[in-house]
Design a protein around this ligand. Structure first.
Ligand SMILES: Cc1cc2nc3c(=O)[nH]c(=O)nc-3n(C[C@H](O)[C@H](O)[C@H](O)COP(=O)(O)OP(=O)(O)OC[C@H]3O[C@@H](n4cnc5c(N)ncnc54)[C@H](O)[C@@H]3O)c2cc1C
Length: 439
């Protein structure tokens, strides 16, 4: 989630062209170099990679930590953002890696197709999102990278590698959530389904007690369900239910739902803020890509004065984990803008935080005060430790590399895969070295 200070300003990727230092979207990371090469073709990507000692591919810069950082060179595929081919029979689509969900989704809908899910905002690149296991919500919906059925990428020595779910099994499952460590993804093939309509309903003030007693019923009430809370007053401030309209799947919106009251106007996750940049609510039907994200594509936030952290816990411990965080409310609240709780289905991608584990995520959108947040994260992580929390790869965490190692049973195989595809370590950076490669 969020985009709390989302206002329609300058298109985000040109921010540094005005002379500003190259930063991430939130502005909390000054990247270590301003050197950036913008590639326009796969040949250009190959030639550029061959020349570099180390580099990182930059997506839409929406990560809050230094996972995308480079001290030498950035490669941007922003202008490689075309739909390459749509196969209506599969159905599937091949896209160039720089495309955003915001550009791809209306095209798919117009052709009669849909993706299975989207994140809270559509402005992110497909390659960057899939590389970090970005997710939406819905207990039956796995993260966005599970829609990938094939990948093409360029390795450190400029070779083109094609991997597919069908042919490459294990290696493919290791490469999809690649954290940018394996090469530069140039195309992705994504699974599609027939397009669908959705309605979005928001309820206010769900008592925490009701969530405790009816967690499964609440989570299964819609195709995608989000719980927003400031952890105050023993309640979930807002419950967002995104429901498909087909008969048998539609949510029957009664004025009251487990003690929460149906909202009578569109709401922002922080009720005091204007809902102008939020997707339509109040049960108004609309295409999947205008209901699954919380924020509308038309509003391009140039930057967001916020920080984010998010932890995945096994679904069976969701209520205990939520209650553990609630006990920290007095420490958390002064630094918090809002929290969001979502459910995600299990998958089989090696570095996905949902690897073989149906999960619930507890997300924090923080005020932009890193010293305060950095002091708080170990306290939160300690409280969640009994549930073996896995942090979101693109957000802020202080969990140790040793702990990450015990959380990912396929990490040794991933490291081998990285060594095989990138023996010179061209795509490594300080984040990957300290968190994964142990150097
Ligand atoms: C306002 C906001 C809302 C968000 N909402 C959600 C949400 O709902 N759910 C969620 O899970 N996350 C969410 N996130 C986090 C976000 O989805 C991830 O950080 C995601 O990785 C962003 O994609 P990006 O293209 O901006 O990545 P970047 O930050 O640009 O890069 C991320 C990683 O991907 C790699 N990469 C990018 N492109 C390529 C490529 N072509 N080849 C190889 N590697 C590549 C980079 O090297 C880097 O390692 C949100 C972030 C923000 C700022």
């Amino acid at each position: 989630m969020s985009a709390i200070s989302a206002t329609p300003l300058v298109p985000s990727l040109f921010a540094w062209a005005t002379g500003d230092k190259l930063k991430n979207w939130a502005g909390n990371i000054d990247y270590s170099t301003d050197n950036l090469h913008s590639a326009s073709s796969p040949e250009d990507v190959r030639a550029f990679i061959k020349q570099q000692r180390t580099l990182k591919v930059l997506g839409t810069r929406h990560c809050f930590n230094k996972i995308a950082d480079s001290s030498d060179y950035f490669l941007s595929l922003k202008s490689m953002d075309q739909v390459i081919a749509l196969d209506p029979r599969a159905p599937s689509v091949i896209v160039a890696a720089g495309i955003t969900y915001g550009k791809l989704s209306p095209y798919l809908h117009e052709k009669g197709f849909a993706l299975h899910n989207l994140a809270s905002l559509p402005h992110i690149s497909v390659a960057g999102a899939c590389s970090t296991a970005t997710h939406g919500s819905g207990e039956k919906n796995a993260n966005l990278s599970t829609a990938v059925s094939a990948l093409q990428f360029v390795t450190g020595d400029g070779e083109i590698v094609n991997l597919s779910r069908e042919k490459d099994d294990e290696m493919f499952r290791g490469a999809v959530v690649g954290l940018g460590a394996l090469g530069a993804i140039t195309t992705l093939t994504l699974d599609l389904q027939p397009t669908f309509l959705m309605r979005q309903y928001v309820y206010e003030n769900l008592p925490l007690r009701q969530l405790q007693d009816h967690f499964d019923a609440i989570e299964s009430s819609g195709y995608s369900v989000s719980l927003f809370t400031d952890w105050q007053k023993q309640r979930i401030n807002e419950l967002w239910i995104k429901s498909r309209t087909e008969s048998g799947r539609a949510f029957d919106a009664k004025p009251e739902f487990f003690g929460a009251k149906l909202a009578s106007r569109n709401l922002h996750p922080i009720a005091e803020l204007s809902a102008e940049n939020c997707t339509e609510q109040m049960g108004v039907p609309g295409p999947w890509y205008e209901r699954l994200p919380h924020f509308r594509m038309g509003f391009t936030p140039s930057a967001g004065k916020e920080l984010q952290s998010e932890y995945f816990v096994p679904r069976q411990h969701a209520v205990e984990a939520i209650l553990a965080i609630e006990r920290l409310r007095d420490q958390i609240s002064p630094h918090l803008l809002i929290s969001e709780i979502r459910a995600i289905a299990a998958d089989n991608l090696w570095l996905s935080p949902c690897y073989k584990q149906p999960s619930v995520t507890i997300h924090f959108t923080w005020k932009q005060d890193w010293p305060a947040v950095r002091a708080l994260l170990p306290i939160i992580e300690r409280e969640l430790a009994p549930f073996n929390p896995r942090p979101h790869w693109g957000k802020l965490f202080t969990i140790s590399p040793a702990q990450l190692k015990t959380s990912y049973e396929k990490l040794p195989e991933f490291l081998q895969l990285a060594k095989k595809l990138d023996p010179q370590g061209k795509f490594r950076n300080a984040f990957l070295n300290s968190n994964l490669f142990g150097s």
